[in-house]
Design a protein around this ligand. Structure first.
Ligand SMILES: Nc1ncnc2c1ncn2[C@@H]1O[C@H](COP(=O)(O)OP(=O)(O)OP(=O)(O)O)[C@@H](O)[C@H]1O
Ligand SMILES: [Mg+2]
Length: 234
């Protein structure tokens, strides 16, 4: 089942001579449960694409459908609610609330949505991510990798249909990046999450089921890894 599709997506910033074609006809289809990495040089349109498929910004033309719902048919208010319920974001900056402890940070979006916190489920995520001992800490008392894991736990807690990550390990050293990504992949599998992740790091990209390359606002290649490079052959 396709959980996310983009059809002929275009985004042009500005007008006339200074117009930038950030996305130039992107087609994308992501299966439920798939882990897709997006790679490409700086300025190629990766963040723009993530913002469009996450409903954070509006494309110039084209459509985005998440879990059967077309984002461009929604009002701003509907989109805000849809995003909160269906899409999880992890950014390079962790965006944790400094005055709230780890547990409070993780459950904040669920509370904002007025929903009951599924304690067992969130505790499972927390323990998978190795945060059980840190729940009463403030973010300032955590390492970068730990803060990143809190951001991932927070994104997973509301059970989003799709998890979108923009350079989630951009601030981490390569060892910690591998660890955090390993956990992201593991929680993704365990909780049947669909993940679309931007990265500059080829090693990190190799953890995905599929790598899409974007150049000048277009997807230029997409390789399926799961079948052609199975573990047994490495
Ligand atoms: N708000 C904006 N207004 C004008 N131009 C923009 C805006 N946001 C992005 N752009 C332009 O669109 C193009 C794509 O930008 P985008 O942020 O998607 O690149 P990226 O692939 O994420 O790069 P990086 O790897 O450096 O994060 C760039 O040329 C950028 O300058
Ligand atoms: Mg970017």
């Amino acid at each position: 089942m396709k959980i996310l599709t983009a059809v002929n997506l275009r985004k042009i910033y500005g007008k006339g001579d200074t117009a930038v074609r950030a996305l130039d006809g992107v087609e994308l289809a992501v299966e439920k449960g798939e882990f897709v990495a997006i790679v490409g040089t700086s300025g190629s349109g990766k963040s723009t694409l993530l913002h469009m498929i996450g409903g954070l910004d509006v494309p110039t033309s084209g459509t985005v459908t998440v879990d059967g719902q077309e984002l461009n048919r929604m009002t701003d208010e509907q989109l805000t609610i849809f995003r909160r319920r269906n899409i999880g974001f992890v950014f390079q900056q962790y965006n944790l609330v400094p005055m709230l402890n780890v547990w409070e940070n993780i459950i904040l979006p669920v509370k904002l949505d007025g929903k009951r916190v599924e304690k067992d489920y969130v505790e499972e995520i927390v323990s998978t991510l190795g945060l059980s001992e840190k729940l009463s800490n403030l973010p300032s008392a955590l390492s970068g990798g730990q803060q990143q894991r809190v951001a991932i736990a927070r994104a997973l807690a509301s059970k989003p249909a799709v998890l979108l990550a923009d350079e989630p390990t951009g601030n981490l050293d390569s060892r910690t990046s591998q660890d955090v990504l390993g956990l992201l992949k593991m929680t993704g599998d365990q909780f049947h999450q669909t993940i679309v992740m931007i990265t500059h790091n080829e090693e990190i990209a190799q953890l995905a089921d599929r790598i899409l390359r974007i150049e000048d606002g277009r997807i230029v290649s997409g390789s399926e890894r799961r079948h052609s490079y199975g573990k047994g052959r490495e």
